[in-house]
Design a protein around this ligand. Sequence first.
Ligand SMILES: NC(=O)c1ccc[n+]([C@@H]2O[C@H](COP(=O)([O-])OP(=O)(O)OC[C@H]3O[C@@H](n4cnc5c(N)ncnc54)[C@H](OP(=O)(O)O)[C@@H]3O)[C@@H](O)[C@H]2O)c1
Length: 285
Amino acid sequence: MFTIINKFYLGIIMQQFRTNRDVILPPLIYGTAWKKEKTAELVCLALKSGFRAIDTACQPKHYNEALVGEGILQSGIQRSEIFIQTKFTPYPGQDPNNIPYDPSASIRDQVLKSFEVSKKNLKTEIIDSLVLHSPMPSLEKTIEVWNVFEELADQKQVLHLGISNCYDADFFKSLYKYVSVRPSVIQNRFYADSGYDISLREFCLQEGIIYQSFWTLTANPHHLESDIMKKLVNRYKLTPAQIFFNLLNKKGIIPLTGTSSKTHMLLDLQAANYDLSEVSLDLFI
Ligand SMILES: NC(=O)c1ccc[n+]([C@@H]2O[C@H](COP(=O)([O-])OP(=O)(O)OC[C@H]3O[C@@H](n4cnc5c(N)ncnc54)[C@H](OP(=O)(O)O)[C@@H]3O)[C@@H](O)[C@H]2O)c1
């Protein structure tokens, strides 16, 4: 089971999550995809606004990881205050003209090279969370990547391991069973087509694994614009996004947001602090 603890921070009580490897995570993660040349400026703004967890990937097709590192530096916030998560993206997810490793090398060398590039880009020797961007074509191949991740974890170069875009609960449970450094993070699209990962999320809650959601707002306009949501907005004087993020947190889910708006950053960061104890995500999902 994950633990929620409270920390007095920037003048407010902020909920924090303690993971199965005893790492503390804030209730919202700033995502850095698709920001291109604005990446450094937006990462810096997000950190100055109060975000303390950043998600990126060694995948130049969608992320400018080097500018994430620049943004962190520009913010002036100490490295130890920030949870940095990056990903190893297997070959099919890369732009064939811009791959940060040699795709003809062994899997081990691909992962190690990608990790070296990430550390250089992010100007850090320790990565808080390393995520496999999507499962490999088989469990065996996925475990092969995972074994390299485990080497990095054993060397304390990485604190947490995770997997993304993994919607098959049985596959995830098998991975969990066969590896020695168990996943601490799963990062998935939060949408109706996957049934909102209900059984996967139950397993995560049981085992203290953090479920991170993306597409949280963009895939759910039907919930955000629903009559129930309108009533909650009226009652609590919060935005639909704030209410949704708050209810997700109560279920142990940490949403990612990649907003470019300072107003949205500040509103979203406040979301975890409201007491909506009479309301549950079960009203929607
Ligand atoms: N693992 C994967 O395969 C994967 C895939 C996709 C994304 N991700 C990660 O997840 C992060 C988030 O991506 P996402 O796809 O969930 O979407 P997103 O980039 O967070 O986009 C959210 C959209 O909602 C809008 N919005 C409206 N009100 C908002 C509010 N109050 N707060 C926040 N946004 C609001 C934003 O516009 P404004 O900018 O105007 O606020 C933006 O257009 C990415 O940056 C990336 O780190 C991972």
